[in-house]
Design a protein around this ligand. Structure first.
Ligand code: C5P
Length: 287
């Protein structure tokens, strides 16, 4: 095998809580991550050295790209004579809170593991992933929904009872994850997600109570800086979303709908006003 194509799905955070600041400068997270059906497509071809191209001019195509760093890391450790030509078909918006860069990096680790028969297990791949970024371990985790703790690497799978449907609305700007975390203070938080209650509602698929526990404490920082995020949340709710919450550090807001006709109406409304609007569902591999 000389070439492999790997799907790299986006994630949203259904809940996001921060328990405090750690001695390593990162924040102690407790978040439910959920992969959705908006994917980049990564083509990996055996080659000499590392190179990267993309259909998008919004991402770097040099060694600063996280996918390049992933290739460098795994090849340096397990076959320093090998190289790879990476092509990224970019569909996930950049700087959006949807783990676009992290999922590309995870796909490179998974793909090179197969292309070069490294036969690395999830433990080693998870360690390499965390070296690249806090969201990368989840992106290569086999379960498409998981609770992530620690920096994001302590993962507990949650099974999906139902396929959920969302509208993703990304305003026309990007945010810096580092800046949003740096602006976070526990004192500003008025509402935290109740994870135990969320899990119970998730496992029993109690639509009416699930939305109560879908809370992201980073909204306290992002909304203050970018009030448009609050407006999008409100508009999504006005258009029938059961809940509307910012993903990660933002700025993308997801709206959860269980009526596909209402979702379609909301899609028509938002796509007339925003450039990056996506109808997505819970991710199912190979679908
Ligand atoms: O790990 P990653 O490089 O993706 O994180 C980007 C930034 O987000 C970090 O530099 C840090 O400021 C912040 N972060 C954090 N705590 C986490 C994850 C990320 O403070 N658990």
């Amino acid at each position: 095998m000389n070439k492999i194509v790997v799907e790299a799905p986006a994630k949203i955070n259904l809940t996001l809580d921060i328990k405090g600041k750690r001695s390593d400068g990162y924040h102690e997270l407790e978040t439910v991550m959920h992969q959705v059906s908006l994917s980049d497509k990564i083509t990996l071809e055996k080659a000499k050295g590392i190179s990267l191209t993309s259909n998008s001019n919004l991402i770097p195509t040099d060694a600063t790209n996280l996918a390049w760093k992933a290739a460098k890391l795994i090849l340096a450790k397990f076959n320093d004579k090998a190289g790879v030509k990476i092509y990224i078909e970019k569909n996930i918006p950049v700087g959006a809170g949807l783990a676009g860069g992290s999922t590309d990096a995870a796909a490179v680790l998974l793909g090179l593991n197969r292309l070069y028969n490294f036969n690395l297990g999830t433990g080693i791949l998870g360690d390499l992933a965390l070296e690249l970024g806090s969201d990368v371990p989840f992106c290569l985790f086999p379960a498409s929904t998981a609770i992530a703790r620690g920096r994001g690497e302590l993962l507990t799978p949650l099974s999906n009872l139902k396929k959920l449907h969302f509208l993703l609305v990304k305003p026309d700007f990007q945010v810096s994850t580092r800046e949003i975390f740096a602006g976070f203070s526990l004192e500003q938080v008025v509402k935290t997600p109740d994870l135990d209650a969320f899990i119970k509602a998730w496992q029993e698929y109690e639509v009416c109570s699930l939305n109560k526990y879908m809370v992201n404490v980073l909204e306290t920082v992002s909304i203050k800086k970018y009030p448009e995020i609050r407006q999008i949340k409100q508009k999504l709710k006005n258009r029938g979303a059961l809940s509307a919450v910012m993903s990660g550090s933002g700025p993308t807001v997801w709206g959860w709908f269980n009526d596909l006709d209402i979702l379609e109406d909301a899609y028509n409304y938002f796509s007339a006003n925003y450039q990056e609007v996506f109808k997505v569902s819970s991710y199912v591999r190979g679908e």
